[in-house]
Design a protein around this ligand. Structure first.
Ligand code: HEC
Ligand code: HEC
Ligand code: HEC
Ligand code: HEC
Ligand code: HEC
Ligand code: HEC
Length: 427
């Protein structure tokens, strides 16, 4: 009998662990929202050659990320183990500073790289030696991460470093500890059951017939489901799942300031809106028309990129999207919950508010990140403080008149035109 019981318990344990296994990866999703808390203070990790990997991460994000990833080819090669491909750190630093010089100077390896990627990496002579040291330290540190796939970077023991102060990073290790504890408990139980049944079978003749039946009988699912252990386990799973839902809700409410997910194409606002001064409206055609600012379709990119930089692998991705008639899968950054209504035209066209007021210095962002908290308090605060542009808008003339009469000022705040009414923002 004890074999049978044991094997049932083993089966049960495995299916239980399997279920947990299915559950756990979902916990990590919340982490992905925290990944990009740019520059979040992380414990300084071992850095090669005295460079500081934490500082290096910031340098990397600001100067290299548009063309490089650690594990993926972007515009330039994947940087995993790049330091091992160069004879010395000085040579590597020299390359990062003046790549063109090194390639043209006859370095065979660099020449080979250029032949492969058919593009010059820009000079980084504006970076200090310290910055370059740091960014190399960052590459060294990231290379040591065992993970390969993009998404996996967010899972596993290095999460607390990446998650920064968001707290979400703590979740994965906690779950891991719980899992291990559970496993230990299950093993202990198995050992105890084994022992007990061994002792019992030695004393079989002393037992009364009912108990022998019980021992020999096949497992009774009814009793098992009623068993305190089973109930405990179910309760545990339940609590964990509720915890997760609550946790996700916190994120869904939109406290995601700094959220800057990886995008499928390394599109840079700094380059397009900043350096080339392309008007926001040129791409975000909805801003003056209605609720959504809209994300440009690939066709808009093609207005320029059918001739500009056509050989770039990044631009080829746009071509592919157009040819296959498939939208580029941009990851959405700003996202209010469904219960709230926000209208761009109301704010941009009617209210005359600059994009930067809400979205921050977009023209300097290599990768867009959420600048404002997007909470209800944030909306309300601005409505309390901001004076409505009423001049030249006949619609407000009457209101201004009344306001002047009642309050002795013609300065209408958004509050005064109903900007704090629940129904204005909630359907
Ligand atoms: C505009 C795109 C671009 C930017 C920005 C850029 N790189 Fe590169 N990088 C490349 C390309 C392309 C290559 C391949 C060599 C070549 O063709 O010049 C390369 C090669 C490299 C290599 C050699 C890789 C190897 O396998 O040996 C390293 C290291 C490197 N880059 C580091 C950096 C660092 C660090 C930064 C930021 C400070 C940076 N790159 C910024 C495009 C870029
Ligand atoms: C050449 C086209 C182009 C121009 C010009 C441009 N953008 Fe964008 N914008 C994009 C694309 C493509 C995305 C989606 C990819 C991304 O997030 O980087 C985007 C994303 C955004 C987002 C984040 C959207 C989200 O997912 O929540 C904001 C905010 C934004 N742009 C604001 C601006 C502002 C402000 C300007 C002007 C200063 C501007 N953009 C100019 C193409 C453009
Ligand atoms: C008004 C013209 C214009 C539009 C529209 C435009 N771009 Fe660009 N784009 C440029 C210019 C100019 C460059 C810089 C080319 C260079 O460095 O030589 C550039 C560079 C890029 C690069 C860097 C390519 C590389 O390998 O260095 C990417 C990626 C890019 N654009 C993506 C997009 C996407 C995605 C869109 C559509 C949302 C878009 N662009 C729309 C003008 C435009
Ligand atoms: C008063 C604050 C405010 C101003 C001003 C503002 N935005 Fe937004 N923007 C938001 C909010 C809030 C969201 C999220 C909307 C949602 O999730 O429904 C958003 C979302 C976006 C998005 C994502 C796509 C979408 O429409 O949901 C883009 C792109 C964008 N804004 C671009 C712009 C540009 C370009 C301007 C300037 C012309 C601008 N915004 C001005 C608050 C603002
Ligand atoms: C100026 C716009 C605005 C006004 C006015 C406004 N809200 Fe909100 N409200 C929001 C936004 C945006 C959110 C979503 C962001 C958040 O949860 O902080 C929200 C979220 C909420 C939520 C959900 C909070 C949660 O935890 O999910 C409730 C409930 C709510 N509002 C009630 C009200 C009530 C009641 C009023 C009237 C007294 C009101 N709101 C007025 C913009 C507004
Ligand atoms: C930077 C300041 C600012 C922020 C932030 C802001 N608003 Fe506004 N909002 C305004 C101004 C100014 C107006 C008045 C526009 C006009 O002249 O009609 C306005 C008007 C509105 C109106 C129309 C009110 C009416 O009575 O006609 C709604 C609805 C609204 N905002 C929703 C929101 C929501 C939702 C958010 C947050 C997600 C938000 N606003 C954030 C400045 C802001």
């Amino acid at each position: 009998m004890n074999q049978r019981l044991t094997s049932q318990i083993v089966k049960f344990s495995f299916s239980f662990l399997f279920c947990l296994g299915l559950l756990t990866p979902r916990f990590s999703h919340a982490d992905s929202t925290a990944v990009a808390a740019a520059g979040a203070p992380a414990p300084a990790a071992a850095a090669a050659g005295g460079g500081d990997a934490v500082g290096g991460e910031a340098v990397f994000k600001a100067n290299c990320k548009q063309c490089h990833a650690i594990n993926d080819v972007v515009v330039g090669p994947a940087l995993k183990d790049a330091h091992k491909r160069w004879p010395s750190k000085e040579k590597l630093a020299g390359f990062i500073k003046y790549p063109q010089k090194v390639i043209e100077g006859g370095n065979a390896y660099a020449k080979g790289l250029y032949d492969k990627y058919k593009q010059f990496m820009p000079n980084h002579d504006f970076l200090s030696d310290k910055d370059i040291d740091n960014v190399i330290a960052y590459v060294v540190k990231e290379s040591e991460n065992p993970t390969v796939a993009k998404d996996d970077k967010k899972i596993g023991p290095d999460t607390p470093e990446k998650g920064g102060d968001e707290g979400s990073g703590l979740l994965a290790p906690v779950i891991a500890i719980l899992l291990v504890t559970l496993l230990v408990v299950i093993i202990l139980l198995l050992v105890v059951i084994n022992l007990v049944s061994k002792i019992l079978s030695q004393k079989k003749e002393e037992l009364n017939p009912d108990d022998i039946d019980q021992m020999d009988g096949s497992i009774n699912w009814g009793t098992m489901f009623g068993h305190p252990l089973f109930k405990g386990v179910v309760a545990f799973i339940f609590v964990v799942m509720i915890g997760k839902v609550v946790f996700d809700q916190f994120y869904a409410i939109g406290i995601q300031q700094g959220y800057a997910p990886d995008q499928p194409i390394a599109f840079s606002h700094k380059l397009h809106a900043g350096m080339y001064e392309i008007d926001c409206n040129y791409c975000h055609t909805g801003v003056n028309k209605g609720k959504s600012a809209t994300i440009p379709a690939a066709n808009i990119c093609m207005n320029c990129h059918n001739v500009i930089k056509t050989e770039s692998p990044q631009i080829k991705k746009i071509w592919n999207a157009v040819e296959n008639n498939q939208p580029i899968k941009w990851v959405r950054i700003h996202n209010l919950p469904d219960l709230a209504y926000f209208n761009h035209a109301q704010h941009v066209k009617v209210g005359g508010i600059e994009c930067e007021k809400c979205h921050g210095p977009i023209k300097e962002m290599e990768v867009v990140q959420q600048h404002s908290p997007l909470t209800m308090g944030w909306c309300i605060n601005c409505h309390r403080e901001t004076v409505v542009k009423t001049e030249g808008n006949a619609y407000y003339d009457k209101m201004v008149e009344i306001h002047q009469a009642n309050h002795g000022t013609n300065k209408l705040k958004v509050e005064d035109i109903g900007g704090l009414e629940c129904s204005k923002c909630h359907y």
